[in-house]
Design a protein. Structure first.
Length: 170
């Protein structure tokens, strides 16, 4: 990943595949990205370079394999693999109301097959700024590059049944 041409090839592939802008990839070398964006970068890098990416960008908050948690999911529930919304612990199962799909405000979003919680802040044109907590880099994406799954309403830890409400306030 130290080779600029390789980084450029990665950025080109991410833009072509996911519409992830090159500046988001550039920033990821200095700031953590929410799990779906980091995972997209992982998929486009060569084996063995992920460790370097994780260390360089501080992307240390990811679950290595959330598949065991995914077996415990109910209807409209998703695993959150990062701390992008600091009120919800990493690895929580988040319940979402799919009937409420905010255009502005907190939403559970899907990008590259993975989910996270972000604050949606529409920008001029077709762009949406995805805002996370202070530990994570904001990402600017076209509206059609991600899917809004709904409004997060509660979360629980794997193996538990009691749901804690999600308070989506800044």
């Amino acid at each position: 990943m130290k080779n600029e041409k390789t980084w450029q090839e990665i950025k080109d592939e991410l833009f072509e595949k996911y519409q992830l802008p090159p500046e988001a990839v550039d920033h990821s070398k200095r700031y953590p990205l929410a799990y779906p964006f980091a995972k997209a970068i992982f998929e486009c890098t060569e084996p063995g370079s992920m460790e370097e990416f994780i260390v360089e960008g501080g992307n240390i908050f990811y679950l290595a394999d959330p598949s065991e948690i995914k077996k415990q999911l109910g209807e409209n529930e998703f695993v959150v693999c990062d701390r992008a919304y600091s009120h919800i612990p990493m690895g929580s199962i988040v319940k979402v109301n799919p009937d409420k799909r905010p255009r502005v405000g907190f939403a559970l979003i899907e990008f590259a097959g993975e989910v996270t919680i972000a604050y949606l802040h529409p920008r001029p044109g077709n762009i949406v700024r995805l805002v996370f907590n202070e530990m994570y880099e904001d990402v600017f994406l076209p509206k059609d590059a991600f899917k809004v799954l709904g409004k997060p309403i509660g979360y629980r830890m794997p193996g538990e049944t009691e749901v804690t409400p999600v308070y989506t306030v800044l």
